[in-house]
Design a protein around this ligand. Structure first.
Ligand code: C2E
Ligand code: MG
Ligand code: MG
Length: 692
């Protein structure tokens, strides 16, 4: 498919891969978010738990210190000397290190430090391994000498860098929180520790705690496990939600892509035949021309119009016409190369662009082949249809350089092919451009003529067959052209139809006819009708009945004095609609005749239902009446048909007395033709009418 950059961007913004990428992105973000939340919560738990451990270590140490101070305050504690527990060897230098009670029992002095350490040693089992520490760089008891870490801390305490410290370390292969706080000499300490040279206020050492972290770590593991459970659950639920909505988004994107593709296809293709439409043709043609210009190639543009397609459409119905167009499209596509462009402009107009051709000979060869292929009969729903193409060809760069110019030239050539009798191929020439320009000029002039009311209406009498008395006139439009003289309706009516001027023309003739009826009434002539021709285009107009009613009302035309002529093919184009329109007209008292009867394809079923008053036998059957047995038979049959449908019969184109006599004899009610009078200005007939 040929896609414009804008369409490409539009399609990309709805693409399923974008939806998939977005879903993965959201899933990744969600995972990161939960991982972050997990880590944050975990870290916070760890931090909190260690803070608790630290708080416990401090509490234990502070309690130690309380005991110690109490012991100090009471100058130490005495304990009975037993076999197992003798006096402390490190306090021998203290004179009262052993005393005797009145009862003669020996008591040994326990330094507060020793007391607390022993307490802690006893307590270590129940306390879950919490062990108090008292250390000094110089110690009475070697057990109180520091290890490496403690030594480093003590030195830092001594230097006054800090007063307390904690760390996490492995002791005996198990994680512990080690807490140490500086301890200074107090008054009561000197007695025992003075020997080590310490003075009151000196940094004596430090007390602390080694707190086993196993229970805390177990707590952290517990919380971590719960965090993993809760976060994992939330993560999975979220992931499922993201997956589901992602799936929805992908499905929606696929749907949207399909709709966009469909819309793009519809925007560029003709819905009936699937060929490129006008829009697509122009863009592809521009591209093909750009390539041709670059590579110095030639290109041929063919405009193809199916002859008398309208007849088929009108008489057999649109679906049969559609079937024929689809077949035309198929034959065209088969007749050209893949790289060529085949498009439908609308209606029965097709375009073929042949790219990379050597010259007009190539275009002629392909064109002739297409001409032959399209002229073959068509079989649509059991109907065998005959339609031929009229093909106009324009060449790049010979005739025009741009797409619009080429189309215009091909159109002029096609018009010429029609004018030369259809079913042919015509190459564009500058003279044709002139003809096309003239046609345009004619349209412009007709528009002007209508606006300035410079057309006229002539009247042709219709006489009663039996008496020869004038009973009606047919109003026929005439165009007195300032330079070209009288232009016949056969030339300007098609121009009016093509350019949409036909409704104004029809209404203007209707008004003229009503005005003329009023003039005759004024002159005392009350019993002549006027028949006005109405084009097929006009018959389709929704406002037709109301417009005619307004004109009748404006000119106070008595009902039944105006007759409308509709050609057979116009009435049968869309019989149901025609029945509806004619019924409305008749409601206003207008009479209706079917013109040129016998030249189209009437369905008798519809003819029976059409609300009409008369049939007009076409002049083609009248002209050869005397020599052609078939024509005579047709006239007879038409009269018989009309009678059986209770319709009046008018024969037109009566030029001779013999024709008049024959038609009168077979039962025609009215006759019209040069034999009774040529179309002429109304005044011409004033005297005759008054003389009747
Ligand atoms: P039509 O309605 O069948 O009109 C009859 C045509 O036959 C007229 O040609 C008339 O001049 C011509 N004619 C009359 N008697 C004879 C005769 O004895 N021998 C020959 N050979 N021809 C005769 P005209 O005026 O050129 O009109 C041609 C067609 O143009 C009309 O055919 C009608 O279909 C159309 N037309 C004329 N005026 C109007 C109009 O105001 N509106 C519309 N929509 N169509 C009009
Ligand atoms: Mg007529
Ligand atoms: Mg006629």
């Amino acid at each position: 498919m040929h896609q414009s950059p804008r369409e490409g961007r539009l399609a990309a913004s709805f693409s399923p891969s974008l939806a998939i990428a977005a879903t993965w992105g959201v899933a990744f973000f969600w995972s990161c978010l939960l991982a972050f939340s997990y880590l944050w919560n975990f870290e916070r738990t760890k931090e909190e738990t260690l803070r608790m451990a630290y708080a416990e270590a401090r509490a234990v140490r502070d309690k130690d210190m309380a005991f110690r101070r109490w012991g100090l305050k009471h100058q130490g504690v005495y304990v009975p000397v037993t076999e197992k527990e003798g006096p402390s060897p490190y306090l021998r230098h203290v004179p009262r290190y052993v005393i005797e009670t009145v009862a003669g029992q020996k008591l040994a002095l326990r330094a507060p430090a020793t007391m607390v350490r022993e307490m802690m040693d006893d307590y270590v089992e129940q306390g879950g391994g919490v062990r108090g520490r008292i250390v000094g760089l110089r110690a009475l008891n070697p057990a109180n000498l520091p290890d490496d870490w403690e030594k480093a801390q003590l030195e830092a305490f001594e230097k006054g860098q800090k007063t307390e410290v904690w760390e996490i370390a492995d002791l005996d292969g198990k994680p512990h929180l080690r807490y140490l706080k500086a301890w200074h000499m107090e008054e009561g300490c000197v007695e025992c520790h003075g020997v080590l040279g310490y003075q009151v206020g000196d940094m004596r050492g430090a007390t602390g705690v080694n707190l086993p972290l196993a229970p805390y770590y177990a707590h952290i593991d517990d919380v971590a496990f719960n965090l993993v459970l809760s976060h994992g659950g939330i993560w999975l639920i979220g992931l499922m939600g993201i997956g589901l909505s992602g799936r929805q988004a992908v499905l929606r994107a696929r749907e949207r892509m399909a709709v966009i593709a469909e819309i793009q296809h519809l925007a560029r293709h003709d819905s009936l035949t699937g060929l490129d439409n006008r829009y697509s043709l122009m863009s592809r043609l521009e591209q093909a021309l750009a390539t041709a210009r670059r590579e110095r190639q030639k290109l041929a543009l063919m405009l193809i119009d199916m002859d008398r397609f309208k007849n088929i459409n009108d008489t057999l119905g649109h679906h049969i016409g559609d079937g024929l167009l689809v077949e035309v499209a198929r034959r065209l596509t088969h007749g050209v190369r893949e790289s060529d462009i085949v498009a439908r402009l609308g209606g029965d107009e097709f375009v073929v662009a042949l790219t990379g051709i050597a010259g007009p000979e190539d275009a002629l060869a392909v064109g002739s082949k297409l001409l032959a292929a399209l002229a073959e009969p068509y079989r649509v729903e059991g109907h065998l249809l005959h339609s031929t193409p009229s093909i106009g060809v324009a060449l790049f760069p010979d005739n025009a350089e741009e797409a619009v110019g080429l189309l215009k030239d091909a159109d002029a050539a096609m018009y010429q092919a029609k004018a030369q009798g259809r079913n042919r191929l015509v190459f564009f020439t500058p003279e044709l451009a002139l003809a096309a320009a003239e046609r345009l000029e004619l349209e412009r002039e007709l528009r002007h003529a209508l606006a300035t009311k410079s057309l006229t209406v002539v009247y042709q009498p219709q006489v009663e067959a039996m008496s020869g008395r004038i009973v009606a006139f047919e109003a026929l439009a005439r165009w007195p052209h300032p330079t070209r003289g009288w232009i016949p309706p056969s030339e300007f009516v098609p121009v009016a139809e093509e350019s949409g001027l036909i409704e104004s023309l029809g209404e203007w003739v209707l008004e003229e006819a009503c005005r003329q009826l009023a003039r005759w009434r004024k002159a005392g002539i009350h019993d002549v009708r006027i028949a006005v021709n109405l084009s097929a285009h006009h018959l389709r107009s929704a406002q037709l009945a109301s417009r005619i009613a307004a004109i009748l009302h404006k000119h106070e035309t008595p009902p039944g004095m105006l007759e409308i002529e509709i050609t057979e093919s116009a009435a049968m184009a869309d019989p149901e609609h025609a029945i509806e329109q004619l019924r409305r007209l008749r409601h206003h008292g207008v009479k209706i005749a079917i013109d040129d009867f016998g030249t189209g394809y009437s369905s008798l079923a519809y003819l029976k239902r059409l609300p009409i008053d008369a049939l007009k036998i076409d002049r083609a059957f009248v002209a050869d009446l005397e020599h052609d047995v078939n024509d005579a038979m047709i006239c007879r049959a038409t009269v018989a048909l009309a009678k059986s449908l209770r319709l009046a019969v008018i024969a037109e184109g009566v030029e001779t007395a013999a024709q008049r006599d024959f038609l009168a004899a077979i039962g025609c009610d009215c006759l019209q033709g040069y034999h009774f009078g040529r179309p002429a200005p109304a005044e011409t007939f004033m005297a005759v009418l008054q003389a009747r």
